[in-house]
Design a protein around this ligand. Structure first.
Ligand SMILES: [Mg+2]
Length: 508
């Protein structure tokens, strides 16, 4: 058997590692700094990056200057304005962020050949096989920072160095902008003593509650607890992992857990949630996005979950275990809609898709590889799977990804705007001409001169969203004319707020 990828090798270890030879790099205020990098007039100013221009939009990234006002990513624009009336906004330019990501990774790889990007602005570098090459990683880290600044003078990063990747990542969170921290067996307790349980990446309120229930109240106590006690808190082997993480063993570096779940999420404006058809088309685009990923990775899922979040903080969710592995977006939708209909019928409620919806998420799990799939003898599934594959192959060959679309993708023009992968960068490809593209998305980010020009004229972007009733399909919109219509209508309807893979067991 040949090893195709580093991930195929299991290099995590249960033993404590001597010396601090793992480096974690986290770019500071990444999207905002990228914008300030190419638009010097935005430097030194509070800047919020939005996925789409709307008073209801959420800021997905805040500049260093905006953070001083208390602005955090995920905040609604209105709340940000209340904290900082002079906040400037711009929309995202994913192609630019990906380009810088590739350049930063190249800098890291010029020092170490074992670099694993963890997200668009984070990477871990394993220097364990360079123990004879570098005796002091802090010098290497300073050099890496200098190399990044030489190429992009406004970008800074935080670097953590530790015996394992978890502690190295923890190190990046312990410091200010442009920092560098080395965690060692000698100083770790000092750092942990300053932290709360939820400061540990991967510990959320649920885990915090379980830990406190058995008497573990802070990270320091957690590190000095026995594996048995931690197993009790986490309900199994995950407890062992936590013991090892905090005691210098490596359990996260080559984890393949990121494929255990794939999810796609959209946040909706008030106006969008008014229109049931818009909500349904969002569901289609979320499922289509997951379908694209599954086709590309030759995977099928056997479980789909769907959740709706409402304005008042309540939510509705459902999980469907699938009898047969599924890849097709429309099939996923039919299962979800069936559940919605069942629920609405049995509870005599108003529609689950209503004007109070703020967020839709579809997640798929329990994957199996398409190459080892057994097809039932008498259905046309195999044919459909082949057609789907051919469609995506055509999209790839013609690069212009909009050239072929399924009928179901055509409900709202350009609803599938390019998105920045927050969680994973696995979808990224570098084309022959050096351009960096997101492999699975239908539409590429266009150079944003127009938007930036508008920004310069009026720093506060207060644009109205398009009226969806104007762009919903009607009888004239069929076949080719519809496709042309799509290309002409570059509406700002798209609002991919967040789209990510996330892993359940690894905190990295
Ligand atoms: Mg960052």
């Amino acid at each position: 058997m040949s090893l195709k990828h580093k991930n195929d090798i299991f290099q995590n270890s249960s033993k404590a590692i001597n010396g601090s030879f793992v480096m974690f790099l986290d770019m500071n205020s990444y999207f905002a700094s990228c914008e300030q990098q190419r638009h010097p007039e935005l430097r030194g100013k509070p800047l919020g990056v939005l996925t789409y221009d709307s008073p209801n939009a959420a800021v997905i990234a805040a500049s260093k200057e905006a953070k001083i006002f208390g602005i955090k990513s995920g905040m609604r624009l209105g709340d940000c304005r209340a904290l900082c009336p002079q906040l400037i906004t711009t929309t995202t330019h994913p192609a630019w962020y990906r380009q810088i990501h590739v350049d930063v990774m190249a800098i890291l790889r010029s020092y170490c050949d074992d670099v694993i990007p963890k997200s668009i602005d984070e990477a871990v570098a394993n220097f364990n096989s360079y123990r004879l090459v570098y005796d002091d990683l802090t010098e290497v880290a300073s050099q890496i920072k200098a190399d990044i600044t030489a190429k992009y003078d406004y970008l800074t990063c935080s670097i953590g160095i530790a015996p394992n990747s978890f502690l190295a990542k923890l190190g990046t969170g312990l410091q200010k902008i442009d920092g560098l921290i080395v965690i060692t067996p000698e100083n770790i307790d000092g750092y942990l003593a300053t932290l709360k349980l939820t400061d540990l990446p991967g510990i959320a309120t649920n885990n915090e509650r379980r830990l406190k229930m058995i008497g573990i109240n802070n990270p320091l106590q957690m590190r000095h607890s026995s594996p048995a006690l931690l197993r009790k808190a986490f309900g199994g082997v995950v407890g062992d992992y936590w013991h090892r993480r905090l005691n210098f063993a490596e359990v996260d570096m080559y984890s393949r857990a990121e494929n255990r779940t794939m999810s796609a999420t959209r946040t909706l404006s008030r106006q969008q949630s008014q229109n049931r058809q818009v909500l349904e088309s969002m569901l289609i685009s979320l499922c289509t996005r997951l379908e694209q990923r599954m086709v590309k990775s030759e995977m099928f899922c056997r479980e789909v979950s769907f959740s709706i979040r409402y304005k008042d903080g309540t939510s509705w969710d459902t999980t469907v275990k699938l009898a047969e592995p599924v890849q097709d977006a429309m099939e996923l939708i039919s299962y979800i809609k069936e559940r919605i209909a069942d629920y609405e019928r049995s509870h005599h409620l108003q529609a689950l898709f209503n004007e109070r919806v703020t967020n839709l998420t579809v997640a798929i799990a329990s994957f199996m590889n398409g190459r080892v799939m057994q097809y039932s003898l008498f259905d046309n599934r195999m044919k459909k799977d082949t057609v789907r594959k051919v469609m995506y192959d055509i999209k790839e060959v013609y690069e212009q990804n909009n050239i072929v679309r399924k009928g179901c993708e055509l409900i709202i023009p350009n609803v599938m705007k390019d998105a920045v992968g927050f969680g994973s960068v696995k979808d990224m490809i570098v084309k022959k001409n050096g351009e960096v593209k997101n492999r699975h998305l239908l539409e590429e980010d266009k150079p944003g001169q127009r938007r930036m020009a508008a920004l310069k004229k009026k720093p506060v972007v207060e644009q109205k969203e398009p009226d969806y009733n104007d762009i919903l399909p009607n009888d004239e919109w069929e076949g080719v004319s519809l496709l042309q219509g799509l290309q002409q209508q570059k509406s700002k309807a798209a609002l991919v707020a967040k789209d990510e893979y996330y892993s359940q067991s690894t905190p990295l």
